[in-house]
Design a protein around this ligand. Structure first.
Ligand code: OKP
Ligand code: ZN
Length: 348
């Protein structure tokens, strides 16, 4: 199986993330990729390769050019004032601030711009962030093109992850929405419907938002119930899509402590929905943070279960573009990915 990765992820290595106003060691860190590469490299079923450069076009197909421009130029603007610190917002335009007054204006200052384009304080931007985020997109595009070129399964080891990045907003450790970029490319190239199955523990608010009005892209997500879990404001089951996209979005919240048996039952529901829609390619947003040992999630999925999850997903009989999202327990992360991909390749 072709596994696309790039060392450029290391350019994004912030010193901390800010949680409830307190700097804490970053959870989304370079060691995550090293752990996955170590596990894949020890197994001859997987071929590691680096992506080519795919430019801005695939990014601009799903993201606002203002967001792209901001991420490209933010570091020098910020560093002119605070070169020793990572760039993090401390003020956000809560919609209630301008209630009844229209959208206002994009600010000119680094502080104002950070809040304008982001939604949390856990996603610091450093000098190399933009290059790393671009490289993660290149990996997703390369895996997508491998599958469009006839591969049954390809894996993009993306870091930073992508599924919280909306059309015009970054956050939740995500800058560009790698999986959405892949799905958009598949829809454009094939003219078929394409589904995105999001297995990360957190709801992929960005992917949902990008395709919310689109009938040609089905988004199905299993995630911690937003009643208790980040990103808090999206991921409820009554979010079914809008306009022509109504019915092309399905949220399946998980209970606290969700074990293998329960998880697999919810997965079967997700696969039934996807199987009922046309299309020959599925994008998987693969997060391992539903694992029992993950420091962010409260689910209890085992490493072994990721093999069964991979088998069931591949049982749909579609070609798979697998895009890495979260997963923060370095002891189990690599093996969980290997189990999933191994299951997917056997059944596929
Ligand atoms: C990114 B991905 C928990 C705060 C969590 C950010 C989580 C981002 C998860 N109290 N803050 O979906 O794995
Ligand atoms: Zn997550």
């Amino acid at each position: 199986m072709r596994c696309i990765h790039t060392p450029r992820h290391r350019l994004h290595d912030p010193p901390d993330e800010v949680r409830h106003g307190v700097p804490v060691p970053p959870v989304e860190r370079p060691g995550r990729v090293e752990a996955v590469i170590d596990a894949l490299g020890a197994d001859e079923r997987f071929e590691l390769e680096e992506p080519g450069e795919h430019g801005l076009e695939p990014i601009l197909a799903v993201h606002d050019e203002g967001l792209v421009r901001f991420l490209e130029t933010a570091w020098p603007l910020w560093a002119a004032e605070r070169p020793e610190e990572a760039a993090v917002a401390d003020t956000f335009p809560n919609p209630a601030m301008r209630d009844g007054m229209g959208p206002g204006h994009e600010p000119a200052s680094a502080s104002g711009l950070l809040g304008w384009w982001s939604f949390d304080t856990a996603t610091p931007l450093v000098e190399g962030t933009y290059a790393a985020a671009r490289a993660a997109v290149d990996a997703a595009v390369a895996a997508t093109d491998a599958v469009l070129g006839g591969e049954g399964v390809a894996y993009a080891l993306c870091r930073p992850p992508g599924h919280h990045a909306a059309r015009a907003m970054f956050g939740g450790y995500c800058f560009f929405n790698n999986a959405a970029i892949g799905a958009e490319r598949i829809a454009g190239e094939t003219g078929e419907r394409v589904a995105v199955l999001d297995l990360d523990y957190h709801h992929g608010n960005g992917t949902q938002q990008i395709f919310y009005e689109r009938p040609d892209v089905l988004y199905v997500s299993l995630h911690g119930d937003p009643a208790r879990a980040f990103p808090h404001y999206t991921g409820y089951p009554d979010e079914r899509g809008a306009g022509p996209g109504f019915g092309s979005n399905l949220n399946l919240p998980l209970p606290e402590g969700c074990d293998d048996e329960r998880y697999l039952r919810v997965l079967d529901r997700a696969l039934e929905e996807i199987g009922g829609a046309s299309g020959s390619i599925l994008v998987v947003s693969l997060g391992m943070d539903a694992h029992r040992d993950d420091p962010l999630g409260d689910a209890a999925v085992t490493t072994e279960c990721y093999g069964e999850i991979g088998r069931r997903v591949a049982g749909l009989g579609r070609r798979l573009v697998v895009v890495q999202e979260g997963g923060y327990d370095l002891a189990s992360l690599g093996e969980s990915v290997v189990r999933f991909l191994g299951g997917a390749v056997v059944a596929g």
